[in-house]
Write a protein that binds this ligand. Structure first.
Ligand SMILES: [Zn+2]
Length: 474
C-alpha cells in the first residue's frame, strides 16, 4: 500500500528528482510495513478435488424439485400438527413428513450398501409459548460414518428444518406448504446425503433434518445439546434455511448469504476479556468456517457464490445454527440473498393482486441445487481434510517484532504439513500463507501487533483443515 504525498497529487509537475527519490523511499518504507509483503496469496490456492467435483455434478435440480414437492404434499408440517398413525396413513401432517424423510434416507443407504445409519432423535417438548401441550418432536438424521477409526470421531453436519408454519404458528391443520422455508434446506440435507454417500471419507458426515424450528428452535436445541453431552467432536455445522432463491425480480441468484457469529455465544467472561484485549472480535470458529466456505466458493464451480455476512443471522432474527453456537460449536447459516416476505410465514391466499404463501412455484430449483453443491463441497472437503492442529499458541514471553507460533500435531495422521495464514487486522479474509514441513513451530518475520495469524493442517492431496487462531502463551 503506497500513500502518495498529497503535495505530489495536487502538483504533479513538481515531481523533481529529489521528490522522486523521496517517493521511492516512502514506497519501500510503506511496503516494509505491509503485513502481506511475504508469503503466498491465499486466494485461488485451494485445490479442487476431482472426487468432490464428480459428486457435485450428480446434484440434481430435478431431484430437489421432486423432494420439495413431496414435502409440500403433506399439506402442513407444523410441529404441532397431527402425527398419529391415522395422520401418517392419510399423508398429512408432520408425522407423515417425518416417515417420508426417514424412508428417503433409507433408500439412499440401500443404494450404497447400507453405508448410512438412519436415526431418530425423539423427545417430548413441554408446553411453552408456541407449544400449547406436551408434544413429541423427532429429528431425523443419517450418519455416514468415517472410514478411518481415528478420524471417524470427527463430525461435520448439514441441517435444515422440515417443520413449516403459516400466518399463525399455532395453526395445527391449515395449509403450510413451506416449500422455501424450509423445504429447500431439508432438500439440501437429503441431496447431500444422496451424492456424498457414494464416497468414502475418513471423517463422519451427518445429514440432519430437524423439527420445531418455527416453535422456538426446539429440535436443533435438543440435538446440539445431545452432541455436547455426548462429547462429539463436531467441527462444523451448516444450517440451510430459506435457500430456495425466491423468484422475486430483485433476487440475486448468483449469491447465497453465509451468516456467522462474531463474539461466540458460548464465550466465557475470560474468553471475552481475551477477545477484547487481542482484537479477536472477528475470529470466532464460526467465522473461520465461513471463510473456509468462501475459499471453496472460489475452488469449485457450484453455480453460486457465498456472500459472507459477519453477523449471527439476519437483523433481529434467528435460526437453528445459533442453537449449535450456544453449545460452543462452529455453525453458519445459508440463506438466499433476498427473502420475499409475502412467501414465508403466510397463509396461501391472494389479496389486492398479491400472492401470499410459501409455494413451490416461487422456488428456483437450480438455485437450491447450486446451494446444495456449495454445502456438499464444504462437507466433503472437511471430511477428507486432516483435523485442525491443536493448542495453537503465539509466544509472547519476549517483546520482539518476529512472531513465533507453536501447535500440537493434527491428530489422526492425515496431515502432511502446515500453513501459517495471516491477514491485516482490517481484512475480512485470510490473505497470505507460508508453508511449513511437518513441524509444530514456526517463526515469521512479521509483527504479531499488525496481523492476525492462524494455523491449518494440510493433507497429502492438499486438503486443508479449518484454521485455528492462536491464543497467547507467556
Ligand atoms: Zn426457517
Amino acid at each position: 500500500m503506497v500513500v502518495l504525498n498529497p503535495m505530489l497529487i495536487k502538483h504533479p509537475l513538481r515531481l523533481t528528482v529529489r521528490s522522486a527519490i523521496f517517493l521511492a523511499a516512502a514506497t519501500l518504507a510503506c511496503l516494509g510495513q505491509d503485513p502481506g509483503r511475504s508469503g503466498v496469496d491465499v486466494a485461488g490456492t485451494f485445490p479442487a478435488d476431482p472426487q468432490i467435483q464428480g459428486a457435485l455434478r450428480q446434484i440434481s435440480a430435478q431431484r430437489i424439485q421432486t423432494n420439495i414437492e413431496k414435502l409440500v404434499s403433506f399439506g402442513t408440517r407444523s410441529t404441532i400438527s397431527a402425527q398419529n398413525v391415522q395422520a401418517i396413513a392419510s399423508g398429512r401432517g408432520i408425522g407423515a413428513a417425518r416417515e417420508w424423510i426417514k424412508s428417503e434416507f433409507e433408500h439412499y443407504s440401500k443404494d450404497c450398501g447400507g453405508c448410512l445409519e438412519v436415526k431418530e432423535d425423539t423427545f417430548t417438548e413441554q408446553p411453552a409459548d408456541r407449544i400449547p401441550k406436551a408434544t413429541e418432536l423427532t429429528n431425523v438424521y443419517a450418519v455416514l460414518k468415517g472410514t478411518d477409526p481415528e478420524n471417524s470421531k470427527r463430525i461435520v453436519l448439514v441441517t435444515g428444518h422440515y417443520d413449516s408454519r403459516n400466518s399463525d404458528t399455532l395453526d395445527v391443520s391449515g395449509d403450510a406448504p413451506g416449500a422455501n422455508d424450509d423445504g429447500s434446506g431439508t432438500a439440501v440435507s437429503l441431496e447431500c446425503a444422496r451424492v456424498l454417500s457414494k464416497i468414502k471419507f475418513p471423517a463422519t458426515i451427518i445429514f440432519l433434518t430437524v423439527a420445531g424450528e418455527e416453535q422456538g428452535l426446539n429440535g436443533s436445541r435438543h440435538f446440539a445439546k445431545l452432541a455436547k453431552d455426548q462429547g462429539w467432536d463436531l467441527e462444523a455445522v451448516l444450517n440451510n434455511d430459506i435457500v430456495g432463491g425466491d423468484k422475486s425480480p430483485e433476487q440475486d441468484h448468483s449469491v447465497v448469504r453465509v451468516f456467522s457469529e462474531g463474539l461466540p455465544a458460548a464465550a466465557t467472561e475470560q474468553d471475552i476479556r481475551r477477545i477484547r484485549g487481542l482484537g479477536g472480535e472477528n475470529d470466532s470458529e464460526s467465522r473461520q468456517l465461513a471463510r473456509y466456505i468462501a475459499d471453496l466458493g472460489r475452488a469449485y464451480d457450484t453455480g453460486v457464490k457465498p456472500m459472507l455476512v459477519f453477523r449471527l443471522d439476519r437483523y433481529l432474527r434467528g435460526g437453528d445454527h445459533s442453537a449449535f453456537n450456544q453449545q460452543g460449536f462452529a455453525a453458519v447459516r445459508f440463506t438466499e440473498f433476498r427473502e420475499d416476505f409475502h412467501h414465508q410465514h403466510q397463509n396461501v391466499r391472494t389479496e389486492n393482486g398479491i400472492e401470499y404463501g410459501d409455494l413451490p412455484k416461487f422456488v428456483d430449483y437450480d438455485y437450491v441445487a447450486a446451494v446444495a453443491r456449495l454445502n456438499a463441497a464444504t462437507l466433503a472437503s472437511l471430511a477428507l481434510a486432516p483435523a485442525p492442529p491443536g493448542s495453537v499458541h503465539l509466544l509472547t514471553k519476549d517483546l520482539e517484532n518476529d512472531s513465533t507460533l507453536t501447535w500440537t500435531a493434527s491428530p489422526g495422521g492425515l496431515a502432511k504439513d502446515y500453513e501459517v495464514l495471516w491477514r491485516g487486522t482490517t481484512s475480512p479474509e485470510w490473505e497470505h500463507f507460508q508453508k511449513f514441513d511437518n513441524v509444530t513451530r514456526a517463526t515469521l518475520k512479521l509483527s504479531k501487533d499488525n496481523v492476525i495469524f492462524a494455523v491449518r493442517a494440510v493433507g497429502r492431496d492438499g486438503q486443508r483443515s479449518l484454521p485455528v487462531v492462536p491464543t497467547p502463551e507467556r
